[in-house]
Design a protein around this ligand. Structure first.
Ligand code: PHE
Length: 442
């Protein structure tokens, strides 16, 4: 079977950006900012994205394109030995994330419906209470989780087709425009300025080991690196793509959307008197309030949650594609079988995740409810460790291959090549190791 490839250079950028831009930007980033000291977290995050994040993303794209294989096969083809373990970690991580990601993806469907049927536009509604009773319900969120997973399965079944590339091309710019409109409304709410200040004026005394670890894990999660998603997408690349330039574009889009999302949520948090540390509900609690205070808010609200659903879907598609590519390449399973089996298992993983916000809230493993435990294991452990191993691999083990990929055999100039090499070999691994040790043990 010949390997599938992207239709165009732009197709790859869109798919990679589609993978990166998702719930991590609009749902997770704002609440992490709220929990981790505001602007100080934002600055820490930006520093880590531009150094470790960019380094890792370029390495993953290069590894994938060089090997033309799924993460496990890629490490095996380029070197073998111990290294495929890194790929296995990624494959497992992909569908652990998918399990809880699909639950949150389901919330975006629910909120689109609830905007349209008037549930979220009733005057005087307590949005915090509405959100907590929705997620705690033992049935309703599971139905939406099932719908979201079915949509993901439907897309991946067809291959990452021209369809999803074309949708991205329309939906991503629309999402950006809507974000900007919403910022205009959010920053002009009464009392919004306290939120803008919290978001943009750093108080560096707030930075500690926990904050840095949270920023690092968010950088991996949001950029979709550390678990092989970019290796998988890179493996569908042909040789004419300029990888450093693609890295800059994907990182720019991803970071831009996250910063804009924070600029809507944070002013609204302060204007409506919500606690910034409220956690995973933050975006879902504050945004309906913003919509309520806008002319045409119902439509804006429904459109917004619908676009968020599409952003989430282009990410969940890449999450599922990682283990699917593995089963197809290595075990010669058909795409159909791989997608149904893995989608089904991921759905089952989502069930306890969703219930852990309601009737199973008291059932804890290692002191964490199931959803938080999955989030912790994937984004605070596997992705940083995976990223660390990939950097070491790229910098020390297959550097000549990396140099060739990043410069297209010397035909495009990449002036930061020596800097990249040094980041891969020493700076990124040392920084990741240090942050992990401080954050987990210190
Ligand atoms: N980057 C996605 C987001 O921010 C999540 C994701 C992580 C997707 C890892 C693929 C791989 O929502």
């Amino acid at each position: 079977m010949t390997r599938e490839h992207w239709g165009s250079r732009l197709g790859f950028i869109l798919a990679a950006a589609g993978s990166a831009v998702g719930l991590g930007n609009v749902w997770k980033f704002p609440y992490l900012v709220g929990q981790n000291g505001g602007a100080a977290f934002v600055v820490t995050y930006l520093v880590l994205v531009l150094t470790i994040g960019a380094t890792g993303m370029l390495a993953e794209m290069a590894i994938g394109r060089a090997a033309q294989k799924n993460p496990v096969g890629a490490f095996a083809a380029l070197k073998g030995g111990f290294w495929p373990v890194t790929g296995y970690l990624g494959v497992i991580c992909g569908f652990l994330i998918l399990g809880f990601y699909s639950v949150i993806g389901g919330w975006t469907i629910a909120y689109t419906v609830k905007m349209l049927d008037g549930t979220l536009t009733a005057p005087g509604l307590d949005f915090a209470a509405t959100f907590s009773s929705f997620v705690a319900d033992p049935v309703e969120p599971l139905i939406y989780h099932a719908i979201f997973m079915a949509l993901t399965v439907g897309v991946v079944l067809k291959g990452v087709s021209a369809g999803i590339e074309r949708w991205n091309k329309i939906l991503m710019p629309t999402l950006l425009v809507l974000l900007v409109v919403l910022i205009a409304r959010a920053v002009t709410l009464d009392g919004a300025m306290a939120g803008v200040e919290f978001y943009l004026k750093p108080d560096f005394s707030k930075i500690n080991a926990d904050v840095v670890l949270a920023a690092l894990s968010q950088a991996f999660f949001s950029l979709s690196i550390g678990m092989g998603a970019m290796i998988t997408y890179g493996s569908y690349l042909t040789r004419d793509q300029n990888l450093p330039r693609s890295t800059v574009m994907v990182i720019g889009l991803d970071t831009g959307v996250a910063i804009l999302a924070g600029l809507i949520v944070m002013p609204a948090v302060f204007a409506f008197g919500v606690a910034p540390g409220a956690g995973p509900g933050l975006t879902f609690i504050t945004l309906p309030g913003v919509f309520q205070q806008m002319p045409g808010g119902t439509l804006f609200g429904a459109a917004f949650f619908l676009l968020l659903l599409f952003a989430a879907l282009t990410s969940s598609v890449s999450l599922l594609e990682v283990p699917v590519a593995y089963l197809m390449d290595e075990l010669k399973v058909s795409r159909r079988t791989a997608v149904w089996v893995l989608g089904g298992i991921a759905f089952l993983i989502g069930v306890p995740s969703s219930l852990s916000l309601g009737i199973w809230a008291d059932f804890k493993l290692f002191g964490l409810p199931f959803l938080d435990l999955l989030d912790f294991i994937t984004s605070k452990l596997i992705m940083p460790v995976g990223g660390l191993l990939m950097c070491l691999f790229a910098g020390w083990v297959v550097w000549p291959v990396m140099r060739r990929e990043a410069t297209n055999d010397g035909s495009v100039s990449f002036r930061l090549l020596p800097v990249w090499n040094w980041l891969l070999k020493v700076v990124a691994p040392a920084a990741i190791a240090w942050i992990l040790i401080q954050g987990l043990i210190g």
